[in-house]
Design a protein around this ligand. Structure first.
Ligand code: MG
Ligand code: ZN
Length: 224
């Protein structure tokens, strides 16, 4: 085994150990944890802003927002009404790891929280390898990207439980084909739950909210 591979293995197994602690902590509190992954600009923060706007006061949300250099996304989430928001500035790292998330969670009061959203760094490659203790990964893709993204980044789509197709209001302005992206994604992971939304117009978001509520109910009943 090359030295590089063995170092990477060590890093990932240490990550897995911390991720397991996070999963245990959140599980004991019956908190649904979702790890949002995407390319830069697909609309993770916009989806969370909409979700806060629609469900705040109804369900209690904690949010951890990862970014390479700024706290801009975390500030947007606070402005959107997020009461429990922690930024993680990775200082150049292109993914979140479990220890960053663990530190952020230690600074949040998770009492009565129903759902934790982790907004990962915009990158479809290495975030797929880092378990953050989440229940599920949710991959966001927008219609301004290529509909072959699932074929280019299969491990991310394989490891995700849901795919949100954002910016459907822009369909027709590019060659993006919704049925193609679905076929490409489902060919890799037939179990993907798919949402077609526009975070700009609000189209399709009710299905997303309903799904979140169902996840929370199932978690409280200890079914997940
Ligand atoms: Mg963002
Ligand atoms: Zn990375």
């Amino acid at each position: 085994m090359s030295e590089k591979v063995s170092v990477e293995k060590k890093v990932l197994s240490e990550n897995d150990r911390i991720a397991a602690q996070i999963r245990e902590k959140l599980g004991a509190k019956r908190i649904v944890a979702l790890n949002l992954v995407s390319s830069p600009g697909s609309g993770k923060t916009s989806l969370l802003e909409r979700t806060l706007d629609a469900l705040n006061g109804d369900i209690k949300m904690a949010l951890v927002a990862g970014d390479v250099q700024t706290e801009n996304d975390a500030k947007r989430l606070i402005r959107a009404g997020g009461m429990l928001v922690r930024p993680i500035v990775t200082g150049g790292a292109c993914h979140l790891d479990a220890s960053m998330v663990s530190n952020a969670l230690n600074q949040l009061d998770l009492t009565d929280v129903d759902v934790l959203f982790i907004e990962n760094v915009g990158n479809l490659v290495c975030p797929s390898s880092y378990d953050l203790g989440e229940d599920m990964k949710v991959v966001v893709i927008s219609t301004t990207e290529g509909d072959d993204k699932p074929l280019k980044y299969p491990s991310m789509f394989r490891r995700s439980s849901a795919m949100v197709i954002n910016k459907v209001d822009l369909l027709g302005l590019s060659d993006f084909d919704v049925s193609k992206v679905k076929d490409n994604a489902l060919g890799i992971n037939g179990g993907l739950r798919i949402f077609e939304v526009s975070c700009r117009t609000g189209a399709g978001l009710n299905d997303w909210y309903t799904w979140l509520r169902e996840l929370i109910i199932r978690k409280k009943r200890n079914e997940t």
